[in-house]
Design a protein around this ligand. Structure first.
Ligand code: COA
Length: 696
């Protein structure tokens, strides 16, 4: 796919220079120093030789077609250089040059032009405004970064070049190897999805790391990341997703959803592992370097110090890992070999005077223990602790064990040599028990994700004539410039998609209202029908719990005359008489749109406090059945649906069905921007929507 970027046979450096202060010099030097074995063609119209290599005045004159061209000429010259690359038949270009979209409108215009040229010649471009690409296996250092990392099995894409350099620096300090690196820059052509996909297929990449600030194509990200994250761990830092981005919206759902919410949901939907700092990125990646995964969430902790063992156990508990007592065989095998003061329960405490032999005894049994899915070994350096030997024992046992073993050496100077041994032997080692357990828990998460069956979004069968009718309603309103669907239209659209509403009838006179009320049966609700009124309660346009002909008759007159008085301009179509639904629990269902990921479906406990309590859950549409179920479970208060104090349970399946129908509706009609169904009354059997609004 993108092999010409990472495995080119030949590379041209356009804007190569013999001036050591210039980027064009660093690019040539880095390629040579990294031991790139392919051909290097420096291009510069004014030079004959750079760093011992012959220079060509333009790429057209290079003796062969370079597979990759790295461009570091001033912004004004990039367009022409790209034309030449296209004509020559180059496949991939890396544009290092800055001065495009990131600088303002003029730069953006230039960026659009270079993209047109890239498309015209079927080139693929990294950047512009980027640091370049690396492949440690082939000695390809097509960047101007100051260092070339050791070879390893993690590949990294970074939207910030400077952060890329910092990450490489950090990795070198910590003996962390990379396979490939790409700096994304402005992502005018190739973006994070392309590299996720490529690294996902790359046989030299086991772990994918990424730093991103925005996602270019949310739908594609969901599709690609869902696929790749099941195969290989994808560990991402996403910056710039705070609530400030949340727009002022006209519905509860819109106000509750922000871009951070959407990204969180994208993480859940795809199974990528999100971290919040560079430190955490590497700590997590360190655990994945083992390439061994726990089958379940049961963990054995072995320690020579009580405190760190307790911290580890607490963290494990918080993260939902099981720290359960070992089985009898384990205890029987060790009981006579360890001092009587040692604890054989989990955490296993080998005591402060434990030497490497004691650790070895426990580890021998631990790696055979059928119930333990992974092992965390903690050591602090006390007077008799032979930390280097302990590190050797752990490294050896790690090789013998099919389960992941992680180490946590707590301390400073006294543990340093031990840590070095573990690092060199590829055993993840942490200095803080809670960090160790957090990193370990990511292995468990990844393992669970991989074992989860792949699910497809649910397709709800809507009769074609209903779909057609919805299309007609929405198109008519859209053509008329209407954004807010009135209650009648909202109810009709949702009814056509299988939502139930209370029985109702439109009355134009008080007599008609009484007639309808009698047909429905008391008690009833009256609601004004008037396109100009968005919030009916505020103008006295709703009357609940009317129990007699008189109340309905009077209610009709009182409501219509009051509204005529306060809103003389309003056109009153009539009064809707509704069956009064009393039994049930109020929840809210909703839809909003995120600019990156599209429609989000919301569930929460309804009522007027929904925006205060924020006890809501979201998922990116289209929903799978499991997602719809999880949305209900995630809301703390949703337990009231199970029935409290002897109450019969409420119909959660009806909520699942409604969420899936909303998901289908917005999939079929993406012009829908927001929906609020509030309240949605969940009954013991079935559910009814009592009020709904749709915005297109
Ligand atoms: N073809 C080939 N070579 C060309 C050329 C062309 N069309 N036009 C100019 N050159 C040569 C120049 O002669 C010069 O080499 P020399 O000094 O040995 O003669 C070299 O290319 C560079 O051109 P110069 O005008 O000196 O520019 P520069 O080196 O000062 O800056 C960039 C060029 C690309 C580095 C600069 O414009 C830039 O974008 N810097 C920021 C890069 C960045 O930060 N990227 C993001 C990182 S995350």
């Amino acid at each position: 796919m993108l092999d010409f970027l990472f495995n080119p046979k030949s590379v041209a450096i356009i804007g190569a220079s013999d001036n050591p202060k210039k980027i064009g010099y660093a690019l040539v030097k880095n390629l040579i120093d990294a031991g790139f074995t392919g051909s290097i063609y420096p291009i510069n119209p004014r030079k004959k030789e750079i760093l011992g290599l012959p220079v060509y005045p333009s790429i057209i004159e290079a003796p062969e077609v370079p597979e990759l061209a790295v461009i570091a000429v001033p912004a004004v010259a990039v367009l022409e250089v790209l034309e030449e690359c296209g004509k020559k038949g180059v496949k991939g270009v890396v544009v290092i040059t800055a001065g495009f979209r990131e600088t303002g409108e003029e730069g953006a215009i230039l960026e659009r032009k270079i993209l047109e040229t890239v498309k015209k010649y079927n080139l693929r471009m990294v950047g512009p405004n980027c640091l370049g690409v690396m492949n440690t296996k082939t000695g390809l250092n097509a960047t101007f970064a100051p260092d070339f990392p050791p070879s390893g099995r993690a590949s990294l894409f970074s939207q910030s070049g400077a952060l890329g350099v910092a990450l490489i620096d950090w990795a070198m300090e910590n003996n962390f190897g990379f396979s490939k690196f790409v700096s994304l820059g402005n992502k005018a052509d190739l973006n994070e999805c392309d590299f996720l996909e490529y690294f996902g297929e790359d046989p030299d990449t086991d772990i994918i790391l990424g730093y991103i600030e925005d996602i270019t194509d949310g739908k594609r990200f969901i599709e690609v990341a869902s696929r790749v994250a099941r195969k290989k761990p994808v560990i991402l830092i996403k910056a710039g997703s705070t609530k400030t981005g949340a727009r002022a919206a006209s519905s509860h759902t819109g106000a509750l959803a922000g871009s951070e919410t959407a990204f969180k949901e994208a993480v859940k939907k795809t199974g990528v592992i999100r971290v919040y700092s560079i430190k955490e990125l590497f700590e997590t990646a360190e655990a994945f370097k083992l390439n061994k995964f726990p089958k379940g969430n049961s963990l054995l902790i072995v320690t020579n110090a009580g405190g760190p063992g307790i911290i580890a156990a607490d963290t494990a508990d918080l993260l939902g890992l099981k720290v359960e007592p070992p089985d009898e065989a384990f205890i029987n095998a060790l009981i006579d070999k360890l001092p009587s003061a040692a604890s054989l329960y989990n955490p296993v405490d080998v005591l402060g005077d434990a030497t490497s032999e004691r650790y070895a005894l426990v580890l021998d049994e631990a790696i055979k223990h059928p119930k333990m899915d992974g092992i965390c070994i903690i050591a602090t350096a006390q007077a008799t602790t032979d930390i280097e030997n302990i590190a050797e024992v752990i490294s050896r046992k790690n090789q013998e064990s099919s389960r992941p073993i992680i180490a946590c050496f707590v301390g400073g100077k006294r543990i340093k040599k031990g840590v070095e041994i573990l690092k060199n032997k590829g055993v993840p080692c942490y200095s803080d028990p809670s960090v160790a357990i957090q990193a370990y828990s990511r292995l468990v998460e990844f393992s669970l994700l991989r074992s989860r069956p792949e699910e497809q979004p649910v397709e709800i069968q809507i009769p074609p004539e209903n779909k057609e009718r919805v299309r007609l309603i929405l198109e008519t309103l859209q053509n008329a410039g209407v954004k807010f669907l009135g209650e009648e239209n909202s109810l009709e659209v949702l009814s056509l998609y299988g939502f139930s509403f209370p029985r109702r009838g439109l009355a134009r006179t008080p007599e008609e209202a009484v007639k309808i009320a009698r047909e429905i049966g008391y008690p009833v609700v009256l609601k004004i029908v008037c396109p100009q009124i968005l919030h009916k309660t505020e103008v006295g346009g709703v009357k609940l719990n009317l129990n007699s002909d008189e109340e309905v008759y009077e209610g009709f007159l009182e409501m219509t005359s009051r509204i005529k008085r306060v809103m003389p301009q309003a056109f009153i179509k009539g009064v809707m008489v509704y069956e009064m639904v009393k039994e049930g629990k109020e929840v809210i269902l909703g839809v909003s749109v995120d600019k990156t990921f599209g429609h989000l479906i919301m569930f929460g406990l309804g009522g007027i406090y929904v925006e205060v309590l924020k006890d809501v859950s979201f998922r990116i549409a289209p929903l799978t059945y499991r997602e719809a179920q999880e949305m209900i479970k995630e809301v703390r208060g949703s337990r009231i649906l199970d029935g409290v104090r002897g109450e019969a349970p409420y119909d959660k399946e009806a909520v699942v069905d409604a969420l899936l129908r909303l998901s289908q509706l917005v999939k079929d009609f993406p012009i829908i921007k927001e929906i609020d169904i509030n309240p949605f009354m969940v009954q013991h059997i079935g559910a009814k929507a009592l009020d709904a609004r749709i915005i297109i």
